[in-house]
Each structure stands twice: as C-alpha cells, then as structure tokens.
Design a protein around this ligand. Structure first.
Ligand SMILES: [Zn+2]
Length: 630
C-alpha cells in the first residue's frame, strides 16, 4: 500500500508556499528552566493568500492534543515589515496571511509557554530546572495543503549552557550548546524530540554492532542516573529480543530518551527511531518504582514496528490537522501492550512471577467491569481521543482505554490459539515476522486494515480469524476474554494474600486496592479514588471523591481498614465507615464478611504451560545480526 493519498489532493492551485529551500527553524531552549521557549522560522513564499497551521493531532497521542493555548508571541514579518495574521474562526490552529508582492521569505517568531507540574502527554509538564524534553511540534507552524512528508525543515537548537542532549534527529554539526541538524522532512522532525539536561548519561545498548541503540538518561539529580550493570544488561537483552521477535527493523538507529523526574508528566510516547519515556525520578534506583514501569521501554520500542512502521490506515494521516480514526487501536496499542509485556520477562526486566502477577491483576480488573455490558472494546478505541482524558471515578462503569490491557488478553489468546492449532509449530513470532519484519528499512509507513491483519494471521495458520477477532472486540459479555490464560495453562483465582507486585503497586501509588472485596480503591490519606458499581461499598453508599475518616470508630489508615476486613470475615458485625462528603459527615455500614480478595494466576496442571514458553528468553546466544541500513 502506498504511503499517502495522491499528492494532487493536497495541493491547491494558487499555493503561496514554495519549497525551493528548506524551511529554517531556530529554537532557543536556553530559557527552558523558566519554561519559556523561543523559535524563529523562515518560510520561502510566493505572493498571495497563505495559511499556516499549528500541529493539532499529535501522532501516538491519538487525539487533538497540540497545545495551542500555550503558543504565544506570534509575529510575522517580510522584508522587515509586519504581516498581519488572523486566526481561522473554525480551526483555531490555522493562521491566514496575505503575502505581499515582491516577498520571497516570510519571517515568523513565536514562543511556547511550557506548563508547570501538569499531567497529560507531551503537552504536559516537560521542563524542570535540571532537564527538558523538547517536542518540535510545539514550536513551529507549517504551510497548509502540503503533506508533511513533502515539507523540508532545517533545524538549529540552543540548549542551556552545560546541558547535554540525546535525540534521533541526525546532527550536521555542533558547537558548545548549539546544535545544527541535517535537513529532514517535517514528519521526521516532529518524530524526533530532543531530550536535554544537566544530569545526563548515555548508555550504548549495542556496542560494536552495525546498528546503534542508545539509552539516554536525563534526571533531576545525578544520583537518579545511576543505572545498574544488571539493568543495562536487561536493556541490551531487550534490543536482542525485539529484533529476534520481528526478524528485521525499520530505523537507522534507535534512541530511548528516558527522563527521570517527579515534576514532568509521566507517560511513554513512541517515535520511529526513539521514544520519549518519562517516569519517577527514582525509577532506576528504587526497586519498587523500577518494577512498576519495567515494561514501559519495551512497549515503546515495539511501537517502532507496530504503530510507526505498520500503522492503521485511519491513523496514517497526511498532516497534523487531519483527524485520526482510532478504531484499530486494539491492534496498534493492544498488540504492542502484549508484546511489550512478554518482552519484559524475555529480557529480564521482569521475573516470570512479576509477569504472571501483572497479567492476573489486569485480567481481574477487566473481568469485573460493569461497563462491559454497554460498551464493546471496539468503542473504547473509537472514542480514545476523549477517553485518554477521562477521570478515574466510576471507571469500571465508563470503561477507559481498555484496548491496552484487553489487547494483551486478546493477543495472548491469538498466540495460544496459533500454538494450539499448529501443534506448537506456529506462534505470534510468525505473525510478527510476516507483518512487521524483513526486509529491514529506513523509517517508512505501511498502513494496514483489519483485513490485512486477518489475511496475515491466516497465512500463518488457517482459522476463522475474522470471526475470532470480531467476536472479542464487539462483545458485550460481562466477562473478559480469558481464554489465552485458560488455554495457556493458568487459572485466575482470588485469595486473601497480596502478590508481591500487588504490594509494589500499592506502595508506588500510595493507595490501597480493595476492588475484589469491598469494591473500592483509596489513597493512603483516606481519599476514595473509585468505587465499583454494585460492590459492597457502592451498596452501602460509598461514593468516589469522598474521604474515609474512620473505620469502626478508629482513625483511618490502610492498615486499620485491612484489619477491619479480616475481622469482619470472622463475625457478623458490619464494617462501619465514617466518611466525609464535601462539608458533611456520614456513617455507612458495609455488611461484608467474605474477607480480603486479591487476584493470582495459578498453574492448571491439566494443560501444557504455554505461557512459560511465551515468556522465556528467545534471542539466540550471542547478538543477532538483523543487518539492513545503519
Ligand atoms: Zn503505546
């Protein structure tokens, strides 16, 4: 399939933009610590009406998340004379100008106000006094009606004095704190963020190999950058395991941009030749924090193949103002989630038990969602652009971006089914090699449809894959698709013991998760995060966003609440909560006596242990040579 629609659809007859030379962009990030970034751009232009766009739909964020509200100081001139602009009154990301006769260069200056302590994705908090992650889409405009693959930009960047940096964007030359990049398409520029910081470290993940892989670490302290030799080995294994899984790659080189700070937004954002990975400051030096984010880099790395190289047609848009369609996110994100989760134990980033504990927790959560009966999984993908911002109250009734974890269950089911039908000869590896693999290439996009996925699955192992997948994504069954776990040799059970990963997650979140007993989650402060629909807590009148003050007359702590559940299992007295709701206090009685309940996966010896085979290391001894372009 071709990369984009016919170019003629995007060129207008009287285009005022003329790409003879690249658009020049100079970004001054030397004031990044005060959260102000400055840019100047020069556009080669022709006289006539012209429209410039600010990027709105950000790849990988699957929504209109371009932070237009933080764009400031926009001024346009030509030959030293001001050029008035006015904003489109329907698309507020669009600026209209009239280029006067005799003008061949348009000068634009603009500033970006980078937000403090804000959540979200790349438009969330991105700078501290010690570091910054610079996303080019935030500092530029581009001419309307030209596919972004066809636009050439030549970028210069100034970072704060003494700060080092990492990026996948090819460098032309550097001098002091100024970097001149090679000209690239706008697609590649926006796909190549720059991470910079005072406390900075680069680890070579494939030393001596023809294709380079780097882990760049920027942190709010030097101490936080102290990655252990074991962890370096695990990330080297990840490079080997992913290349073994796919059998080829589609990047020139690859850069993990790992940012460690408690004051930037936390997420991972995939790019073709890099990933923007942001976690707590102590994630390399605190074992609990390390465990909870141990599959982040594997997930984002998989996206270089699934999401960047192969992309659902509805998400492969010609420019950043064309709306995206998320209907196949259960493949884009769901299969990536599965592969990222199994690559973690294959690489040593997680133990087999940590993998099983995580999978069991995900399966239990999905299996208890009241929203399953009104909203099929496919609808969570279609509505993704709004669901990423959904609150956490009544989350099980709403259903959020379930296509991640339910994607894991569905693709585990696909993997186990391939193995079972082929009597062990075929697996998800065969699908990955056929769909994402050889030959290795430089970055390119090959869009796909559901029919392409089904056809490739059938080429691996004949089955009614269309019915298999449609049944799962269109289902309004009250229960989650657990066949991959069941036929993979495990059972989902509930006991009164927390798994180690459960304890780790509660500790890292500073919260207690009683979803399967009382039906609520609460912070260590007593603030109730969520209440499950029709749970014992719900039936007693407990509401999200209220606060537990006391349990059975004693001041709330998570320990007091846990002990109350244990004691209630031995008698008939209700658990009595004093709850603060706004300015009012109320006493609620929970008639619950079934004790503590936490999910686990346990081995079912009546079936072969396929999951053990799925998560064992697969890379052959010694580093594979995927070959291809550097
Ligand atoms: Zn993802």
């Amino acid at each position: 399939m071709k990369l984009h629609l016919s170019l003629s659809l995007f060129f207008t007859a009287a285009l005022a933009f003329s790409q003879i030379t690249p658009i020049q962009i100079n970004v001054d990030a030397s004031e990044a610590p005060r959260r102000l970034l400055h840019a100047t751009l020069q556009f080669p232009v022709k006289p006539g009406p012209m429209s410039l766009l600010y990027p709105k739909w950000i790849p990988g964020e699957h929504g209109p998340t371009g932070p237009i509200e933080d764009l400031a100081g926009v001024r346009m001139t030509a030959n030293g004379q001001p050029i008035p602009w006015h904003r489109d009154d329907v698309n507020v990301y669009e600026f209209h100008i009239e280029v006067p006769p005799g003008v061949s260069t348009l000068d634009v200056v603009l500033d970006f106000i980078s937000p403090p302590d804000a959540g979200g994705f790349s438009s969330g908090a991105s700078t501290t006094s010690q570091l910054a992650v610079l996303s080019w889409n935030q500092f530029l405009l581009y001419p309307k009606d030209v596919p972004t693959d066809q636009l050439q930009y030549k970028a210069n960047l100034k970072v704060p004095s003494g700060w080092r940096y990492g990026t996948a964007l090819p460098i032309d030359r550097e001098s002091g704190n100024e970097i001149a990049f090679k000209a690239s398409s706008l697609t590649t520029l926006i796909d190549s963020p720059v991470q910079t910081g005072a406390n900075f470290k680069t680890v070579d993940l494939s030393p001596g190999e023809p294709v380079a892989h780097y882990l760049h670490i920027a942190a709010d302290s030097e101490r936080a950058t102290r990655i252990t030799d074991d962890e370096i080995k695990h990330y080297r294994n990840l490079v080997d395991e992913a290349n073994t899984l796919f059998g080829a790659h589609h990047y020139r080189d690859y850069h993990f941009l790992l940012t460690l700070s408690d004051h930037v937004a936390h997420f991972g954002l995939e790019h073709h030749e890099s990933s923007d990975d942001r976690v707590d400051e102590d994630s390399l030096v605190d074992d609990d924090l390390r465990k909870v984010s141990a599959d982040l880099l594997s997930h984002e790395f998989v996206h270089s193949w699934n999401g960047k190289f192969r992309r659902p047609a509805g998400l492969a848009t010609p420019d950043y103002n064309a709306p995206m369609k998320g209907e196949l996110l259960w493949v884009y994100e769901g299969l990536t989630e599965y592969l990222g989760e199994i690559l973690a134990p294959r690489s040593g980033l997680r133990t087999a038990q940590e993998f099983l504990d995580t999978l069991g927790a995900e399966a239990a959560e999905l299996d208890h969602e009241a929203g399953r009966t009104w909203r099929p999984l496919e609808d969570t993908a279609v509505a993704a652009q709004s669901l990423y911002n959904a609150r956490s109250d009544y989350a099980d009734f709403r259903r959020g971006v379930d296509f991640y974890e339910e994607g894991t269950l569905i693709w585990l089911d696909v993997d186990v089914t391939l193995r079972t039908l082929s009597k062990g000869k075929k697996s998800i590896e065969d699908f990955c090699r056929a769909f994402y693999g050889a030959p290795s290439s430089v970055p390119e996009v090959k869009p796909y449809t559901l029919e392409d996925v089904v056809r490739t699955l059938n080429s691996v192992q004949a089955n009614d894959w269309a019915a298999f997948l449609n049944q799962r994504i269109e289902s309004t069954s009250p229960h989650a698709p657990l066949n991959g776990i069941v036929n993979g040799g495990y059972k989902l059970v509930y006991t009164d013991e927390r798994s180690d990963m459960w304890k780790t997650a509660e500790g890292a979140r500073k919260a207690v998760n009683l979803t399967y007993s009382l039906g609520l989650t609460a912070r260590d402060s007593g603030d109730i995060i969520d209440v499950h629909l029709n749970s014992p807590a719900f039936k007693a009148g407990v509401t999200p966003a209220t606060k537990i003050i006391a349990v059975n007359g004693r001041q709330f702590s998570t320990g007091v609440l846990n002990h109350a559940i244990q004691d209630a299992a031995k008698n008939t007295a209700p658990i009595v909560l004093l709850v603060k709701d706004g300015e009012y206090y109320k006493t609620l009685s929970l008639d619950y006596h079934d004790g503590e309940k936490f999910p686990h996966l346990v081995r079912d010896k009546s079936k072969p242990d396929l999951i053990a085979d799925i998560i064992r290391p697969h890379a052959s001894v010694g580093r594979p040579s995927p070959g291809g372009p550097k």
